[in-house]
Design a binder for this molecule. Structure first.
Ligand code: AMO
Length: 441
């Protein structure tokens, strides 16, 4: 046998009754009652009762196990028996117990204690925090979100790509870039795969996606921004308008919600969350309409400005009253969007862009657009944004020798998980968050 484990706790079922099994995990609790001791063993699937009978184990080992610190790691070989008293209806009577790693004491924080600890303490001790079943549930759901995205996109002709994370020019605006010294040159950590996924549209790979890392030097410490985040980035060619892209996005979202609803029943109920698979099409609200609605509710936004966090939240409340959890904000002012967004009528000085955001309960989870594919127009828009076309030569070149019309979007994974599960702080949705104050662990 190569591994210490042959079964996870939940795989031990009535089928194994009377059989010999091996389980391995962390000691969550031990209660000694004279000649018998109950040990709760935890693995990634749940917990299992190990009922230790003094007469069946070496007395020295029995004593050692009873004095073992919580969170030590052990492997147990024994017989599985039905038991009315044990939580899952079965217990393991050990014949052999191996102590694989003894935990130090005191623990930096508890795993099953009811006393709450603050988020910073949890993040400082993330390896223990992640032993909690409710924290694990978030990441099991996140895993299903990503699984659903891969499944849907591959099933619909998208090919997975990986673009460089060290880049020479900004795609999303210059202020929130992390600079890195790249030999004799200045380089940056990529803010998104934007320029590369667009470049791919010139290659014949006309549908690509990437589970991408975004590095953004956001100065603000907010509950919904990270300095390193993850997104599902997609680009598709031969679109007629941004509507084609929005259609793909809403079908992808529906598939993700469906997949989580089907595969995460235990995790959702553990977190006390019920999710509703959205019906399609999702509502479309133009930027102008959104601004008008907000004005009627007493919040004035100067035309052309971003809809700020508070106004976005208010709009979310207004939309929720109409039964819309999800809604698109479409037809943004051109100036509010990056240089690559297609002007509504293909003119550099158009008022609107063929760009959209997808909102979930008042939080932006996606941005996307049809892109400019005409190189002259693209150069004009780069210049209009105060940038230099020469800094983008590697990207612009791909537009000079046959570039189809195209569009795409970036869908933040932490934002999805956060809003799907009603989590207040985005840091809970990534294993080891990077924010203004934190680069460790
Ligand atoms: P944008 O900058 O709007 O668009 O990002 C797309 C989505 O990524 C998520 N996101 C973030 N999540 C957490 N912390 C951050 N700092 C952060 N920044 C972004 C959000 C957001 O909606 N290139 C375009 C996408 C495209 O047009 O294809 C882009 O990056 O969910």
């Amino acid at each position: 046998m190569e591994c210490y484990r042959t079964h996870y706790s939940t795989e031990v079922t009535t089928a194994q009754h009377g059989c010999e099994i091996t389980v391995a995990g962390w000691v969550q609790d031990i209660r000694e009652m004279g000649s018998i001791a109950f040990l709760i063993l935890r693995d990634r699937m749940g917990t299992l009762q190990v009922t230790m009978l003094k007469k069946k184990l070496d007395p020295e080992l029995f004593k050692k196990l009873c004095g073992l610190n919580r969170e030590s790691v052990i492997a147990v070989r024994g017989t599985c028996k039905p038991s009315d008293k044990a939580r899952n209806g079965y217990e393991v009577i050990p014949e052999e117990v191996e102590i694989l790693s003894e935990a130090g004491t005191p623990l930096p924080m508890g795993v099953v204690d009811k006393v709450g600890v603050d988020l910073d303490t949890r993040l400082d001790n993330r390896f223990i925090d992640l032993r909690k079943e409710e924290v694990q549930a978030i990441f099991k759901i996140r895993n299903r979100v990503i699984e659903a995205a891969h499944g849907y996109l591959r099933g619909n002709g998208f090919i997975e790509m990986h673009s460089p994370n060290i880049i020479g020019a900004s795609s999303e605006g210059g202020t929130d870039l992390f600079a890195v010294q790249y030999f004799e040159k200045q380089a940056f950590l990529s803010q998104s795969p934007q320029l590369y996924k667009q470049t791919m549209m010139a290659t014949g790979f006309d549908r690509v996606y990437e589970i991408a890392k975004y590095f953004r030097a956001e100065q603000h410490n907010t509950r919904r921004h990270l300095n390193e985040s993850t997104a599902i980035d997609l680009e598709m060619a031969f679109v007629r308008s941004e509507e084609d892209v929005m259609g793909t996005l809403e079908r992808l979202i529906r598939h993700i919600w469906d997949h989580v609803a089907d595969n995460c029943t235990d995790e959702l109920s553990l977190l006390g969350v019920s999710i509703t698979v959205p019906s399609l099409p999702m509502r479309r609200v133009t930027y102008d309409e959104a601004v008008e609605r907000l004005a009627k509710s007493g919040v004035d936004i100067k035309w052309g400005d971003d809809i700020g966090t508070e106004a976005e939240k208010l709009l979310g409340d207004l939309m929720q009253k109409e039964g819309c959890e999800f809604y698109f904000i479409t037809k943004y002012p051109l100036e509010a969007k990056p240089f690559y967004a297609m002007p509504e009528n293909g003119m550099a000085d158009d008022r609107y862009a063929r760009a959209f955001d997808l909102e979930l309960n008042g939080v932006e989870i996606t941005s996307g657009a049809q892109r400019i594919h005409d190189v002259k127009l693209l150069e004009e828009r780069i210049t209009a944004k105060g940038l230099k076309p020469s800094d983008f030569e590697g990207y612009l070149k791909a537009f000079r020798y046959g570039m189809p019309p195209h569009g795409g979007f970036g869908l933040g994974i932490e934002r999805i998980v956060m809003n799907m599960l009603g989590i207040q702080n985005i840091r809970e949705c990534t294993l080891f968050p990077r924010d203004r104050m934190r680069i460790s662990p």
